[in-house]
Design a protein around this ligand. Structure first.
Ligand code: ADP
Ligand code: NA
Length: 344
């Protein structure tokens, strides 16, 4: 019997946008629907990762609870999947420490996420020591925490975006390194596989050369789960397209139209070429109207459920407590074995 253990996480850093929904969260729900009964699904709200950047404590604590409401609202079932707050399972931190102690610094310096942080903080003198001194250690070592998140459950599959490829490779390296360094009757950690969650990379509505992101200052660039039908419509109406007549799917030459087509295809679960063919003789206005309808159809149910659930503070606390207990129950035997192998 081959059982999959699927692990994924999301940071509690605000109301998710359409990219988070189509690129991650709705795929978690699909995995839950399609998994074999014996497969384990483990979804974590990773508050410790959020702390690598400055957070307002009050806002973080609300975002943390809201993210649990989001996961339930999109259709994750706490009786089927283990849904919990990372910060309520200290085993993640314990394993991260042990992995830190077998991780070469050079490996972390090669992480593109680290390099881009470094580039962002680079000053005129281009002095790498000065650059590093401005960044916190958490930012440097969070890929190790991410590896611990995964390995603590002996996860076999990690559904995350393409941008996470290098982190999953690091996780496999660390699993291998641990297995080699601390041998037992069998290798303790499976080497987890990266499952690309979705081909749908949602682009910014205002600047289709970049992805839709919560960090853009232009609020019209993204659609939030909490946007009203009127907001959805107006943001899509103001999406940047081109002035060529007719609609074609040409991501490089016509990224705005291509983005709208792939959003529509993702919402309706169709192939992009099939959708594009229907709009060949239509205008951007027709396409935008239909995309707005499709997006509204997609988020309507989850939005209402989220607004209802986020007020159910007692229920959310109960779900969180049960989820954390299940999570700790899964990692305790693994950590027992880890401690024995390292000699503690
Ligand atoms: P953001 O980039 O807005 O900060 P996160 O990095 O918190 O979002 O991403 C959370 C999840 O959503 C990740 O799995 C990520 O791959 C996915 N995701 C984020 N933005 C997009 C996007 N524009 N298109 C598709 N998936 C996305
Ligand atoms: Na990001």
């Amino acid at each position: 019997l081959v059982v999959s253990v699927i692990f994924s996480g999301i940071q509690p850093t605000g109301i998710p946008h359409l990219g988070n929904l189509l690129g991650a969260l709705l795929n978690w729900v699909k995995l839950q629907r399609d998994a074999a009964p014996a497969d384990q699904l483990i979804y974590s709200i990773v508050g410790w990762h959020a702390l690598t950047l400055p957070q307002d404590p009050k806002a973080l604590s609300i975002a943390r609870r809201d993210m649990l409401a989001v996961l339930l609202a999109v259709g994750l079932d706490p009786d089927r999947s283990v849904i919990f707050h990372q910060d309520e399972n200290p085993h993640h931190a314990e394993l991260a420490w042990m992995l830190n102690c077998i991780t070469p610094m050079g490996k972390l310096r090669r992480m593109t996420t680290w390099k881009s942080r470094l580039a962002a903080s680079r000053n005129a003198r281009d002095d790498s020591e000065v650059d590093e001194s401005l960044l916190n250690v958490g930012l440097f070592t969070y890929p190790v925490l991410q590896a611990a998140d995964i390995l603590a459950y002996r996860a076999t599959h990690v559904p995350v975006g393409e941008d996470q490829q290098q982190h999953i490779e690091l996780c496999r390296d660390l699993a291998e390194n641990f297995n080699r360094t601390f041998k037992g009757k069998r290798a303790l950690f499976p080497l987890p596989q990266h499952v690309i969650t979705s081909s749908c990379r949602v682009l910014s509505l205002r600047d289709p050369s970049s992805k839709m992101s919560k960090s853009s200052p232009d609020l019209n660039s993204r659609i939030l789960l909490t946007d009203s039908p009127a907001q959805v419509r107006s943001k899509i109406r103001s999406a940047v397209t081109d002035s060529t007549l007719g609609i074609t799917y040409e991501p490089a030459a016509r990224p705005g139209a291509a983005n709208l087509l792939s959003i529509l295809a993702a919402c309706t679960d169709e192939d992009v070429p099939a959708v594009a063919a229907r709009y060949a003789d239509k205008g951007h206005g027709d396409l935008k109207a239909d995309v707005a309808d499709a997006v509204e159809g997609l988020i309507k149910g989850p939005r209402a459920e989220f607004e209802r659930l986020r007020k159910e503070v007692g229920y959310l606390a109960e779900v969180a407590a049960k989820g954390a207990e299940k999570a700790r129950g899964l990692t305790e035997p693994v950590m027992k074995e880890v401690r024995t192998r390292v000699g503690l």
